[in-house]
Design a protein around this ligand. Structure first.
Ligand code: SF4
Ligand code: FES
Length: 371
């Protein structure tokens, strides 16, 4: 007997993450994009993105995150931003800021862009170039950040931190202040996609992590409202897992460059799920009824210890993709949780990798990855 069909999901997503392209001038080894990147020929055309935004607004989406790869490589970005503005979607540009002229930024602001989130790989030129795999990146980023502020757009500085730049965290805070950023996001690497392939090269030690916690605490106390600091800790050293994507299919909808729709950026690692494409199915149906989005909603799919745990409504059992990647079972408790029987093994693995000399980076590239 087949399982009864589930009720359509009634709550709308808050945010839509539009991965406009996988093309990028940078090659960061912690990129969360899949190892097999989508080529330009397979990217959605402008008209399809505009229709996606209309369907998203109609569904109840409030925020649009324009991401990639590098979204400014799309020459139709102004048109997409203008459509978002017309639909009253709050638009946030997530960019590396290395190839955007002030004129282009002005055009985006005129089209109605609401917010800019700029990634900075390191606080010195050498580190920034080495991590991002792009020469002269820091000077370009600083010029871009100044242009953002000159145009009066709110700015978030995004610092992805790991064993190679973590000891300069105080300087990241100072840089955010110097640039007039409203927010600093200090995000320890999350190990998906290219980051998982580079885990041993990136994993910090426990003492580096502890120090970063202290630096963020001190900066928050010292700066108060002058600078909002968001802090994401690395899963492998966590006590409880993060409520990944605020729970599967609960708050976020991701549209990949080729139009496939996913509940999170890494969901393609889970075998057996079919991700519908916006060229074939309405966004509303995908969100409310598609089997891929229904798969881990609610609590019925959970195993112990999550099934009877009081925190299941806080973290939803953690990350399904991480459970799949590390344990081969997408229904298992995320091993970031101390209640997972696998937690100690995962933590020991992180500690061993962090204690060993770091291997060379495997940079993110568009070419297929050898097996
Ligand atoms: Fe969260 Fe499951 Fe751990 Fe409970 S057992 S804290 S629900 S991951
Ligand atoms: Fe997919 Fe966490 S990245 S559920």
């Amino acid at each position: 007997m087949s399982a009864p069909a589930r009720e359509p999901w009634r709550e709308p997503p808050i945010g839509l993450l539009a991965e406009l392209t996988h093309r990028c001038p940078l090659a960061c080894p912690y990129c969360s994009n899949p190892l097999e990147l989508t080529r330009r020929e397979r990217e959605l055309p402008t008209a399809s993105w505009e229709r996606v935004l209309e369907e998203a607004a109609e569904l109840g989406v409030l925020q649009l995150h324009l991401s990639g790869g590098e979204p400014t490589l799309r020459s139709d970005l102004e048109a997409i931003v203008a459509r978002a503005r017309a639909l009253e979607l709050y638009s946030n540009l997530i960019t590396a800021g290395v190839g955007v002229s002030e004129r282009r930024l002005e055009a985006l602001a005129e089209a109605g862009l609401d917010h800019v989130q700029l990634s900075v790989q390191d606080v010195d030129a050498e580190g920034c170039d080495r991590i991002g795999g792009f020469e002269g990146s820091l000077a370009r980023k600083l010029a871009f950040a100044k242009a953002v502020r000159r145009l009066g757009l709110p700015l978030t500085l995004n610092a992805v931190v790991h064993r190679h730049n973590l000891d300069r965290l105080e300087r990241f805070v100072e840089l955010a202040l110097e640039l007039g950023a409203d927010r600093l996001e200090v995000a320890h690497v999350q190990y998906y996609g290219w980051a998982l392939a580079n885990r041993a090269a990136l994993m910090p030690t426990r003492s580096q992590l502890d120090r970063s916690v202290a630096v963020v605490k001190a900066a928050r106390e010292r700066l108060g409202d002058r600078l909002l600091i968001d802090f994401v800790v690395p899963d492998y050293y966590a006590t409880h897992p993060k409520p990944c994507a605020s729970g599967w299919g609960r708050a976020v909808i991701v549209v990949a460059p080729d139009g496939r729709v996913l509940p999170c950026h890494a969901a393609h690692v889970i075998p057996g799920l079919v991700f519908p494409n916006v060229e074939e199915k309405p966004l509303r149906w995908i969100w409310q009824e598609s089997p891929a989005f229904q798969r881990f909603r609610g609590f019925d799919w959970m195993q112990e210890p999550c099934r009877s745990c009081a925190r299941r409504e806080i973290d939803f059992g953690g990350c399904r993709c991480q459970a799949m990647q590390l344990l081969g079972d997408p229904e298992a408790t995320d091993p970031a949780c101390t209640l997972s029987p696998e937690h100690a093994r995962i933590m020991a693995l992180a500690e061993a990798e962090a204690a060993a000399p770091p291997p060379a980076f495997r940079y993110r590239r568009l070419e297929p990855v050898p097996a």
